[in-house]
Design a protein around this ligand. Structure first.
Ligand code: M6R
Length: 588
């Protein structure tokens, strides 16, 4: 699960690689590296850490006409400079960058060691670099084809060869790879966002290519040249910058109201009749992480407003579980990136069961979008921070709009308009949460409780806080505390209580007070301020602005996102790039 970029250009190769790597960093940022090539020489530089460190370390190779770069999310082998890509093969003849997993690498390693090859890294990728030198074919593309025929698993590979033409050899199976070519520059990348504006090629599985200046020649695995059509250029994911914000995450939280406006505008173009025509009687909503939480919220909407049997399922569970689905099932896949490996696999499984496929994604050209019968754009705009914020709000709001439209509500989008007006509230939340964060930043563990949709908000709030502050957080349905977890409540353990439904106020409050009586400290986020007589129960209270009840969950998550952000910053961490994570999880 890494990002790769390759470039052939008479000038500025290094710059193109660094700019490209910054754009695919969402795929991993444990280590980063570059290989520059002129006709004869290959020069590799790599570092553990971020691109700026690599930029400082890398000097220009004179006459450089080709370069490949890689930003890594470690799967095989620890995070260290040695395991960073590019990876050099025997005698540094071939140098490669690889995204994916070579599943049979143990077997390949044994075979290669028997042949006398020495592994210098702990990576599965090194087997590719070593295999490339094993034969002496007349044309390097044959080395690549022979090599990938030995591989099981997923790969996008860019390879360069010493003392040879200024070409890049590339191959793809299951991991994304794109190519671009005009008369000035030829590029390869994990994401077309790296390319200049213009039509580009999308590799299919089992395709390889030789990329040259001004030309890309594609082959199938029999070594036969194939003709490929270019993908029509459409303004790709906008390229984002931080503006005046210190972090992307904060900027993206503040962008939520605008994102919701875009969602509403784009949703009005969706032809609901096409979705009704799918004639489904039950719904499965499938996603991972934050997107799974959106699915939970969507399932609540389907059950509550359409009285349809609806269930949210983790994609990683769906792909191996025995869920009952068929042609009457509408499977809704939710994914910000549209590239999450588990979600893609779940979607392919649902297809084989003849389910109807609708997806919510933020990237129109993503794999999930291209595999779906109907796509509803999340319309959140670029989300760079690893922690998903505005995309979550748009996913939940989008599912609400879908359910309301299916219900035949005439002015279904009006309630959401109210939420879009909340731009000023974000600032108020920020101030409140900056204060509250001082207290939470000192803690080892935090609990979140709520009922029904507030339990989902609790789950998402807990995920956000643990993801970027490394505090152990748990979320529970309020009534479940007493069935075991209450034993973890000690003196001053923080319990964040979320209530947006007045019918549940007393029930949730009872559970909260049970925890308080064991020494817990209560922090309340509620649709209304507590009564004066209740005030002493809470260390902190935040009342939410008035919007339609089913959409209060889109509002109540904002202070929790801001709390997480503030705690992360107070702890001196980088909220945009939490440890061990990547924005897009493209491996199983
Ligand atoms: O791109 P996706 O929405 O499919 O990603 C799913 C999860 O990996 C993602 O939501 C993850 O949980 C976030 N980092 C949470 O903030």
């Amino acid at each position: 699960m890494c990002g790769i970029v390759g470039v052939i250009s008479d000038e500025d190769c290094q710059k193109y690689i660094f700019d490209g790597l910054k754009l695919v960093q969402y795929r991993g940022y444990d280590s980063v590296g570059i290989c520059q090539k002129n006709n004869d020489t290959l020069k590799v530089d790599k570092v553990k850490g971020l691109i700026d460190k690599l930029v400082c370390k890398t000097s220009n190779l004179e006459g450089c006409k080709v370069a490949i770069g890689h930003t890594r999310w470690a799967t095989h082998g620890s995070v260290c400079e040695e395991n960073a890509h590019p990876i050099e093969g025997k005698d540094k003849e071939w140098v490669i960058v690889h995204n994916g997993i070579v599943e049979n690498y143990q077997q390949l390693m044994c075979n290669l060691q028997r042949e006398g090859e020495v592994f210098k890294t702990q990576t599965d990728s090194e087997s590719i670099a070593l295999l490339l030198s094993l034969n002496n074919f007349d044309d390097p593309i044959k080395n690549l084809i022979w090599t990938i025929k030995q591989l099981k698993g997923s790969y996008a590979i860019c390879a360069v060869k010493k003392e040879s033409n200024n070409y890049i050899y590339a191959a793809k199976n299951k991991s994304p790879l794109y190519a671009f070519c005009n008369d000035k520059i030829t590029m390869l990348a994990s994401d077309p966002i790296c390319f200049p504006d213009g039509d580009y090629y999308k590799f299919e599985d089992g395709e390889v290519c030789v990329a040259k200046k001004g030309e890309i020649v594609f082959y199938n695995l029999n070594g036969v040249v194939i003709e490929k059509q270019k993908q029509k250029f459409q303004p790709i994911r906008e390229k984002a910058d931080k503006g005046d914000y210190e972090h992307y995450m904060l900027k993206e939280i503040y962008e939520t109201p605008e994102a919701l406006k875009n969602l509403t505008k784009n949703f009005l173009n969706i032809d609901i009749k096409n979705i009704k025509k799918l004639k489904f009687s039950n719904v499965k909503l499938i996603g991972c992480g934050t997107a799974y939480h959106s699915c939970l919220m969507g399932a609540i909407y389907f059950r509550k407003f359409l009285k349809i049997d609806a269930e949210a399922i983790y994609a990683s569970e769906f792909r191996y579980g025995d869920y009952v689905i068929g042609s009457k099932t509408l499977c809704i896949f939710v994914s910000q990136s549209g590239e999450t490996a588990d979600t893609i696999a779940a979607l392919l499984k649902a297809k084989t069961k003849k389910a109807k496929i609708l997806s919510f994604t933020n990237v129109p050209y993503s794999t999930i979008s291209s595999l779906s019968n109907i796509v509803i754009p999340i319309s959140a705009g670029p989300e760079i921070a690893v922690a998903s914020t505005k995309a979550y709000s748009c996913q939940v709001a989008g599912l609400y709009l879908l359910v309301m439209a299916l219900k035949g509500e005439k002015h279904y989008y009006k309630a959401l308009k109210q939420v879009c007006e909340l731009a000023n509230e974000t600032e108020k939340f920020f101030i409140n949460m900056a204060d509250f964060a001082q207290d939470i930043a000192q803690k080892q563990k935090v609990f979140f409780i709520g009922k029904d949709s507030d339990y989902v908000t609790a789950l998402e709030g807990a995920l956000k806080l643990k993801e970027i502050s490394y505090i152990n957080c748990s979320a529970l349905p309020a009534g479940e505390l007493k069935h075991g977890t209450i034993s973890l409540i000690e003196s001053k353990t923080p319990i964040i209580v979320i209530i947006t439904n007045k019918n549940l106020y007393e029930k949730v409050m009872n559970s909260a007070l049970e925890a308080k009586s064991r020494g817990g400290k209560l922090y309340l986020i509620s649709y209304k301020p507590p009564e004066i007589c209740e005030l002493e129960n809470f260390e902190f209270c935040l009342s939410l602005p008035k919007v339609a009840q089913p959409l209060l969950c889109v509002v109540s998550i904002l202070p929790l996102q801001l709390l997480s952000y503030n705690v992360s910053v107070l702890k001196g961490l980088d909220p945009d790039k939490p440890r061990n994570l990547a924005k897009s999880v493209t491996v199983e």
